[in-house]
Design a protein around this ligand. Structure first.
Ligand SMILES: Nc1ncnc2c1ncn2[C@@H]1O[C@H](COP(=O)(O)OP(=O)(O)OP(=O)(O)O)[C@@H](O)[C@H]1O
Ligand SMILES: O=C(O)C1=C[C@@H](O)[C@@H](O)[C@H](O)C1
Ligand SMILES: [Mg+2]
Length: 182
């Protein structure tokens, strides 16, 4: 097993945070959490229901609570996949930077659109023009993902297993480099 701090995956909808997070948690022998799922379990309701009843603000409050509870209480033995909007609050960006090795899974807008097209579980994409929405979100969020990221991994045109291996290699290299400078 690789020794490492908590690994937190960030990136846009469809980048593969849930898919890749699960794969790397298995390889690292760490527990896996999906923040969207944790929020749903805590609320006893799904994300579309939370957006409908409490608005995006209500969802964001729940998201910050869930992030803080996991990132600040867990002792380096989990992989956490976040939702695409986790970087919108400054408070969240501080928690991410201070408590984890953060991996930004990069995907182009075209890939985001393709990978999210089969699901209706993302309320922000239930619009007439999901491509324009993804583009607008990406313009705002890409610099914020970069701001919190320890590592940036490109996911376009790569099979999930190959992305997971790339993430694992990058984490190993990073931790090795850190141990030689400290
Ligand atoms: N590298 C990849 N190549 C091809 N398909 C992928 C890849 N990564 C993920 N997928 C597929 O894309 C879809 C979305 O992936 P996933 O749910 O893991 O994204 P996410 O980043 O967790 O999105 P969200 O922010 O909405 O939770 C899934 O159907 C998944 O199988
Ligand atoms: O990009 C976003 O803002 C979101 C992404 C999803 O993972 C969910 O967290 C929710 O649908 C909001
Ligand atoms: Mg996800």
């Amino acid at each position: 097993m690789i020794k490492a701090p908590n690994i937190i995956l960030v990136g846009p909808m469809g980048a593969g945070k849930t898919t890749i997070g699960r794969l790397i948690s298995q390889s690292m022998g760490k527990a896996f959490y999906d923040l969207d799922k944790v929020i749903e379990d805590n609320a006893g309701a799904d994300i579309p229901w939370i957006f409908e009843r409490e608005g995006e603000d209500g969802f964001r409050r729940r998201e910050t609570q869930a992030l803080a509870a996991i990132a600040q209480s867990d002792t380096g033995d989990c992989v956490l996949a976040t939702g695409g909007g986790i970087v919108m609050r400054e408070e969240n960006r501080d928690i991410l930077r201070d408590n984890a090795l953060v991996v930004y899974l990069y995907a182009s807008v075209a890939q985001q659109l393709y990978r999210t097209s089969k699901s209706t579980h993302r309320p922000l994409l239930q619009t007439g023009d999901p491509k324009a929405t993804l583009k607008k979100l990406f313009e705002v969020r890409d610099p914020l993902y970069r701001e919190v990221a320890t590592l940036i991994i490109e996911t376009d045109a790569r099979h999930p297993r190959s992305v997971a291996n790339k993430v694992l290699d990058a984490i190993k290299r990073h931790l090795k480099m850190e141990s030689t400078v400290s």
